[in-house]
Design a protein around this ligand. Structure first.
Ligand SMILES: Cc1cc2nc3c(=O)[nH]c(=O)nc-3n(C[C@H](O)[C@H](O)[C@H](O)COP(=O)(O)OP(=O)(O)OC[C@H]3O[C@@H](n4cnc5c(N)ncnc54)[C@H](O)[C@@H]3O)c2cc1C
Length: 572
């Protein structure tokens, strides 16, 4: 196991230069790069927005996607602040990317890669850097029978996505037009590449697995500037590393091909909120739910969340696939009846409801709005792509700064015997400090055997296959972008402390729990073990082979222990 700050094995010696320092490229150098990328090199300017425009545009995730100066999160208090790069290559193809990579290498520049810009830890933001922006790599092609190059694998239906696609681009083509399913993110503006490279969970990952588990092939530009097609046969180690080892680390992916599936009949959701009348009743409520969950809900039909709040409320916001509302209601009946039988202990705050729609319309903004006005927010900028929308819950995150964000995979053994006692106590104690959400779709226990088998072929922390859920405890507020209210720093710090104490209380039940690298604490201590478990050492060896100089650096990325926090200087 590689411990943080140890194992400095990388051979290369270059430290990066900043503008104004000796070695920064001359105007003639930049012109040469501009010519080699067909003019698609620009200085990054931060748009000057009127107060009204700041209010509307900075809360529109599609505007943030389209603007290279911004990222989706504007930072994390005491951790990082979103900052524009010096220059951006608006890549049109892998050759543009290769030119940018070679240039950054030759001139010792800090290189940063950005897709959808949704990294919580600032993985796609670095001041004084050269940005490779994949926004224009947005081709989508459906395949009835895809065979990865260089092999004799059985043909499977698939979709190839340019690395600049965000999930709504994929869903429009695969589901809305193609009538099939691809395992992507719930948030429509998450980038497909960053998502898959970090692992990638959707609402129905217990049925269809990880984004990384569905990757059949990728086109990637490595640190030597070579354009490679990688799959289980070609550069198999690099392919494995790309499947969960993290974005911005092993190269710049320019295209991904993912398996597609027959579309389930329905997608739906259940909502239900119950408040306990005392702490003792609340413990019973949490335990009753945890007893009920494995027998009825820990299967490929169900995903998403249950929240335990400091106000003694259990709030259910779960999603299902392939069931009618009546079937979904029948699944929950035992638990709903049990709660209703004890009115002295439990009050219903929001009655149980189950709704579903044909899966085909799930990503169709027009159809969704007809079904439930206000359910989605549509990108209404002039010239916006038709059908681009976001869920209001995701929109809250646009331009925000994080106060704290913690996650932990909860092993399924906690749902049995003495484990159940420990988990109930830990969930209750953690919920005294902060709202603690269990994301059941982000642990694969109880999932389809094929989904679990595919996850075992990825480099994500192997704990994911035995976890029944990923617990997430988080808070955001304020923005670092001009024109929006800044965070209250002292409140943010207090919140961060409470969130950290809350996850510690939860970890009493699962002291060895790892976490999901795309949704975890910025300040993780033993971050290699937490993010990749026993896969960390192999990932490090692959990084050494494909990027021995450490051209690609991100916060807490494989190999980044060699570098200072901002990625500019090698550690002594
Ligand atoms: C509102 C919101 C909702 C989210 N919902 C989900 C969810 O449903 N499921 C889930 O699993 N995660 C979710 N996440 C987390 C998200 O999946 C990860 O942060 C993901 O890595 C984002 O990818 P991106 O391209 O949008 O972000 P970026 O910030 O652009 O990229 C993330 C990382 O990948 C690197 N990268 C991006 N593109 C490439 C490329 N082409 N080649 C190499 N490296 C690249 C970047 O350098 C960066 O380090 C969510 C995040 C937010 C903010």
């Amino acid at each position: 196991m590689v411990a943080s700050g140890q194992g400095r094995a990388f051979a290369g010696s270059f430290a990066r230069v900043r503008p104004g320092q000796a070695g920064w490229p001359s105007p003639a150098d930049w012109d040469a790069l501009r010519r080699s990328v067909g003019g698609r090199l620009e200085k990054v300017e931060v748009p000057k927005l009127s107060p009204a425009d700041a209010q509307s545009l900075l809360h529109n995730p599609f505007y943030l996607r389209d603007t290279p100066a911004f990222t989706e999160s504007s930072g994390w208090v005491d951790a990082w602040t979103s900052a524009p790069s010096a220059f951006v290559v608006k890549a049109k193809d892998a050759r543009d990317v290769a030119a940018a990579v070679k240039f950054a290498r030759a001139h010792r520049l800090r290189l940063v890669v950005r897709g959808g810009g949704h990294s919580y830890v600032g993985g796609s933001s670095a001041p004084d850097s050269l940005l490779v922006w994949t926004r224009d790599l947005d081709d989508v092609a459906l395949h009835a029978a895809f065979v990865p190059q260089g092999g004799d694998a059985k043909p499977v239906p698939a979709v190839s996505l340019g690395a600049g696609c965000v999930w709504i681009d994929a869903y429009k083509a695969v589901t809305d037009e193609g009538g099939r399913f691809v395992q992507g993110g719930g948030c429509t503006t998450v980038g497909v590449a960053g998502f898959v490279l970090g692992g990638g969970f959707g609402s129905f990952s217990k049925a269809f697995g990880l984004g990384a588990g569905n990757l059949l092939e990728a086109e990637v530009v490595t640190a030597d500037g070579e354009i490679r097609i990688v799959n289980a046969r070609r550069d198999p180690d690099l392919f494995w590393a790309l499947k969960g080892g993290g974005g911005g680390t092993f190269g710049v992916v320019t295209r991904l091909t993912l398996a597609t599936y027959d579309l389930p009949t329905t997608f739906g959701g259940v909502n239900w909120t119950v408040e306990a009348t005392s702490d003792a009743a609340y413990r019973r409520l949490l335990r009753t739910f945890l007893e009920y969950y494995p027998a009825h809900l820990m299967n490929p039909h169900w995903g998403e969340q249950a929240h335990a709040t400091p106000g003694n409320r259990l709030q259910i916001e779960m999603a299902f696939q392939g069931l009618t509302p009546d079937e979904a209601t029948a699944v929950w009946k035992g638990l709903v009846d049990e709660v209703a039988a004890h009115p002295e202990e439990f009050k219903t705050v929001e009655p149980f409801s189950a709704r579903a729609a044909p899966a085909r319309i799930y990503w169709n903004a027009g159809a969704l709005q007809k079904l439930a006005p206000g359910i989605v927010k549509v990108d209404d900028r002039p010239g916006a792509q038709p059908g681009d929308f976001w869920w209001p819950g995701d929109g809250i995150q646009a331009s925000a700064m994080w106060h704290g964000y913690q996650s932990a995979w909860l092993p399924s053994a906690l749902l049995q015997g003495e484990g159940l006692d420990r988990l109930t106590d830990a969930w209750f104690n953690a919920s005294r400090l902060w709202s603690v959400s269990f994301h059941f779709n982000k642990g694969l226990a109880g999932g389809a055997p094929e989904a679990i088998a595919a996850a075992r072929q990825t480099s994500i922390n192997p704990q994911v296959t035995d976890a029944f859920a990923l617990a997430i405890i988080a808070m955001l507020g304020g923005s670092s972008y001009a024109g929006l209210p800044p965070p209250d720093i002292s409140v943010a710090r207090q919140n961060a402390k409470k969130i950290a104490a809350s996850i510690e209380a939860l970890r009493a039940a699962a002291p060895d729990a790892g976490c999901y690298m795309s949704e975890c604490d910025f300040f993780l201590k033993d971050w290699q073990a937490a993010q990749w478990g026993k896969n960390a050492a192999r990932l490090e060896a692959i990084k050494l082979r494909y990027d021995p100089d450490g051209l690609f650096v991100i916060h807490h990325g494989v190999g980044s222990h060699d570098w200072s926090e901002d990625g500019f200087n090698r550690l002594a």
